[in-house]
Design a protein around this ligand. Structure first.
Ligand SMILES: NC(=O)c1ccc[n+]([C@@H]2O[C@H](COP(=O)([O-])OP(=O)(O)OC[C@H]3O[C@@H](n4cnc5c(N)ncnc54)[C@H](OP(=O)(O)O)[C@@H]3O)[C@@H](O)[C@H]2O)c1
Length: 209
């Protein structure tokens, strides 16, 4: 259900295949203490990238740092634009986006020429009642030759053996860690699901029936 399951394959193909990471590149990941985000940050480190993670509490920031991220910040208490100017002065090469919304509008302003955006999710927008009005990004995409790709992890099902091979190898070598956030009881399924939107989980959320 974790490293070799759906979230593991989403992290692997969404990052390795779509973002084509190169050593020394700067990567931004949000939802960094969550299931997909925490794995993406660790894979990025394995690939020799510099990784900046964002999560929603100071405890999560410490957790993300303990996973080996180079930098981590509580997005609720910082100025994102100022933070990126400071920690990514040469711009962002890869943005792995789990959150979308205003956070992404700011990150996009820091993307480098030939950078890549992997649109994994947009959890900040799932319950939005009004469409978000954001500045146009068209011209920047064009001039900076940015690749922006959405994806569904299960579209890579035929290639799962490849993803599982690498993820298993890295896991067995101790290079990948995924914590589990387990809720007991089928009757607590809705509660566990809603906790994804309040940020109660660290790592992969599971319900034990
Ligand atoms: N493309 C695919 O095939 C695929 C597959 C699986 C998941 N996904 C997507 O990937 C993302 C991560 O999924 P996951 O299963 O790994 O979940 P997760 O990151 O383990 O849990 C969700 C986390 O999202 C953050 N969050 C919730 N509401 C937010 C908001 N309004 N603004 C910013 N952050 C918010 C919370 O963390 P904080 O405390 O840090 O805010 C929460 O812990 C989701 O968008 C999900 O829909 C896509």
């Amino acid at each position: 259900m974790g490293v070799l399951g759906m979230v593991g394959m989403t992290a692997y193909f969404g990052f390795v295949d779509i973002c084509q990471p190169k050593e020394g590149e700067t990567v931004v990941v949000n939802g960094a203490a969550g299931a997909v985000g925490s794995l993406v940050g660790q894979i990025a480190k394995i690939k020799g990238c510099r990784v900046i993670g964002f999560a929603g509490s100071d405890d999560k920031v410490e957790y993300v740092k303990s996973l080996g991220f180079d930098e981590a910040f509580n997005y609720k208490t910082i100025d994102l634009d100022e933070t990126l100017k400071k920690v990514a002065p040469n711009g962002v090469d890869i943005y792995f986006d789990n959150v979308g919304g205003k956070f992404s509008v700011t990150v996009r302003n820091h993307m480098n020429r030939l950078s890549r955006i992997s649109q994994c999710g947009s959890i900040s927008q799932y319950n939005a009642k009004e469409p978000l009005m954001v500045p146009s990004f068209d011209r920047m995409m064009n001039v900076k030759e940015i690749k922006w790709q959405g994806f569904i992890g299960t579209s890579f099902t035929e290639r799962y053996p490849e993803g599982k091979k690498f993820m298993a190898e890295w896991y067995l070598k101790g290079k990948l860690k995924l914590d589990l956030h387990i809720t007991e009881g089928f009757e607590n399924m809705n509660k566990a699901f809603m906790e994804l939107f309040t940020g109660a989980n660290v790592g992969k959320s599971l319900v034990k029936v």
